[in-house]
Design a protein around this ligand. Structure first.
Ligand SMILES: NC(=O)c1ccc[n+]([C@@H]2O[C@H](COP(=O)([O-])OP(=O)(O)OC[C@H]3O[C@@H](n4cnc5c(N)ncnc54)[C@H](OP(=O)(O)O)[C@@H]3O)[C@@H](O)[C@H]2O)c1
Length: 379
């Protein structure tokens, strides 16, 4: 390792104690020299995605966060409601390092040619523990960014882009021809809208505020339904009829939305049916819950016949399922369209210390449209 590199670095940690308390802190960790095939990355930008926020805070009561520690070494704690503790059992008393992805500069590399080729270059990494000042990863985990790309431009190369493409790929592989997507004004939703417009795929965007309808329509979306509108069910049925969508991806997870989507799909299918069946349409309708933005129970009014499915969907198991070659095809497209189709927008950048500031947590913890933040651990 180069002589002038620090021997230790700060890393954000999240701990759920068996006693029922969440603790967020900054740990000082030793920085190892890169092993065979590895590089040392100075992390310069890592997004605070909803899944990262989920790992950071677990099921803690966000209204009861407390700050302690010192200005240089802040600690944030919160109680976890007793009813939610069973769901946290798998991580009791383990100090976890959040941050799925990010980008930075390779500041040291193993002697091997693959690692050496990255030395001094800016890379995107899907490495976990990215809310760290320095991170050792395999060279193979790095995506080399164009020489003029900023770390912010490369910070979100993997999770949302591959999810947007994975949804389209799922649609094709499972024999559907159009998609329904919820929380569609999200960073991912805007990306999926660009993919679908570009590829000529029908997309029904569901949002929950009039300003989100305007946002997506301003980006060329053809079908945007506002779940807060009294006409929502009718609007959704019309849009599904127009596109022929029989596959939905629901980021909210809780509440009645997934059932409403299946109901609207069934209503659209029955409209075009030539005869009545008490079992409903024979066309299979599928909704995948792929996020948990609404933490309440998932509720159904079963008005969608008998040909339907509800499942969970996660991007990385999906990429494994389709195999290395197909997954690489999706990654190649992301790399080629990083600054256009797959760009991400951020409200601003914060430091590791700020990530533990209660006012900042209240802001990024909202997971609101256009409010996504980047952590720059070396700010
Ligand atoms: N399964 C997977 O593999 C996978 C992969 C990537 C992403 N995801 C999921 O994709 C979703 C979007 O991620 P992102 O990074 O694009 O998010 P983001 O840019 O931070 O946006 C979050 C969006 O969710 C909306 N929202 C928040 N709480 C909501 C609720 N209770 N009901 C309805 N809408 C709500 C927000 O709208 P408001 O402004 O109205 O609050 C905002 O538009 C997240 O749920 C994430 O976990 C899943």
């Amino acid at each position: 390792m180069a002589e002038d590199l620090p021997r230790s670095a700060l890393q954000l940690r999240s701990l759920v104690r068996r006693s029922g308390e969440l603790e967020l802190s900054l740990a000082r960790i030793d920085v190892p020299a890169p092993g065979p095939g590895q590089v040392l990355v100075r992390v310069e930008a890592a997004p605070l995605n909803p899944s990262d926020i989920g790992l950071m805070f677990g099921a803690a009561d966000m209204a009861a966060l407390r700050a302690s520690g010192t200005p240089e070494s802040p600690v944030v704690t919160a109680p976890i409601p007793a009813a939610a503790m069973a769901g946290m059992a798998g991580r009791f008393d383990q100090s976890l390092a959040p941050g799925n992805e990010g980008a930075g500069t390779v500041v040291a590399a193993d002697a091997g040619s693959a690692a050496q080729a990255l030395l001094g270059r800016r890379v995107a990494v899907l490495g976990g523990a990215m809310y760290s000042q320095l991170r050792v990863v395999d060279a193979a985990q790095c995506l080399l960014l164009p020489p003029d790309a900023s770390a912010a431009e490369g910070a979100s190369c993997f999770v949302n882009p591959l999810t947007a493409l994975g949804m389209v790929e799922t649609m094709k592989r499972e024999g559907h021809r159009a998609l329904v997507h919820t929380a569609a004004a999200s960073n991912l939703g805007q990306m999926l809208n660009r993919v679908c417009l570009q590829d000529g795929i029908g997309l029904v965007n569901i949002v929950r505020r009039p300003e989100q309808v305007a946002l997506l329509r301003g980006q060329g979306a053809h079908h945007v339904c506002d779940a807060s509108a009294p006409s929502f069910n009718d609007d959704l049925t019309e849009a599904i009829t127009a596109t022929g969508a029989t596959l939905g991806f629901d980021a909210t997870g809780g509440g009645r939305l997934a059932g409403q989507i299946l109901g609207a799909m069934e209503a659209a299918l029955v409209r075009g049916a030539s005869s009545y069946s008490r079992y409903g349409s024979t066309t299979h309708k599928q909704v995948y819950l792929y996020g948990g933005l609404d933490t309440g129970p998932t509720e159904f009014v079963r008005n969608f016949g008998m040909s339907w499915g509800l499942g969970g969907w996660l991007v990385f198991p999906f990429l494994q399922k389709i195999g290395a070659a197909a997954a690489q095809g999706l990654k190649d497209r992301v790399a080629a369209e990083l600054r256009t189709t797959f760009r991400s927008d951020y409200a601003r950048e914060i430091s590791l210390l700020q990530a533990l500031d209660l006012r900042e947590i209240a802001d990024y913890g909202r997971r609101a449209t256009g409010a996504k933040l980047l952590i720059n651990p070396n700010a």
